[in-house]
Design a protein around this ligand. Structure first.
Ligand code: PGA
Length: 253
């Protein structure tokens, strides 16, 4: 039933990247620009570097098809929150998106309720939010993957969530950085369950929300994973740090 839409490929650099990484970013941006002018750019492209590189990358991305995003934000617009970054600051630095609720942050204690507040903050600031959900290996082995993902989705998306600003990334925790990936059938099952839950809760805007897959996406498996029924794109960690690999994943879309 899902109509094919333009895929979105997001690179999550995590806590990797120094000023010298601008060269890799420029490689990604020029590769994107070349593909766009040749009419063969297969996906929307986003790079989420560490916060220290966000402003510089946003400037380098001007006049290229690449958008820049952040990996987290605080829920408040400003204030006495030492070490935190507001969604408004990300927007001001040239960011268009923010990843929220990544499993590495959930593992460090971030809750669904906090993620939901941060998503509201992203909306307030005019950012798109990529809200991450996903089960652990124990949860999958216990047959609870669908239930866990549905619960996280219900609790971490605010009622105001809309396809215009909210994207979801299904990232099984056990697939992140391990080289393991779920079968195409397992990805399709989770994506269908998420789509049904979003449609039931939000109606048409829920049907339109982009649902990405993340976890060990590589040039070797991107074509298969990106074309699983119901998958609208990919959230890429390790492979997004190598410009050529990231571009190959985009080409596979
Ligand atoms: P990975 O990370 O591609 O290195 O598995 C994905 C992610 O954590 O977003």
């Amino acid at each position: 039933m899902s109509t094919p839409r333009r895929k979105t490929v997001v690179g999550n650099w995590k806590m990797n990247g120094l000023a010298a990484s601008s060269a890799a970013f420029d490689h990604i941006a020029s590769g994107a620009a070349e593909r766009e002018s040749a009419g063969v750019l297969a996906a929307r492209m986003v790079v989420c570097p560490p916060a220290t590189l966000l402003f510089g990358f946003a400037e380098r991305a001007v006049d290229t098809p690449v958008e820049v995003g952040a990996q987290n934000c605080h829920a408040a617009p400003s204030g006495a929150h030492t070490g935190e970054i507001a969604a408004e600051m990300i927007k001001d630095a040239g960011g268009a998106l923010v990843i929220l609720g990544h499993s590495e942050r959930r593992a460090a204690g971030e809750t669904d309720a906090e993620i939901r507040e941060k998503a509201e903050a992203a909306r307030r600031a005019g950012l798109q939010a990529i809200i991450c959900v996903g089960e652990t290996l124990e949860e999958r082995e216990a047959g609870m993957a669908v239930e866990i993902v549905a619960g996280q989705l219900a609790a971490s998306l605010p009622d105001s969530a809309d396809a215009a600003w909210a994207l979801v990334a299904y990232e099984p925790v056990w697939a992140i950085g391990t080289g393991l990936t779920p079968s195409a059938g397992d990805v399709a099952e989770i994506h269908a369950a998420m789509r049904a839950a979003l449609g039931a809760r939000f109606g048409a805007p829920g049907d339109a929300m982009a649902l990405l897959y993340g976890g060990s996406v590589s040039p070797a498996n991107a074509a298969e994973l990106l074309h699983v029924e119901g998958v609208d794109g990919a959230l890429v960690g390790g492979a997004s740090l190598v410009a050529e690999k990231f571009l190959q994943i985009v080409d596979a879309a």
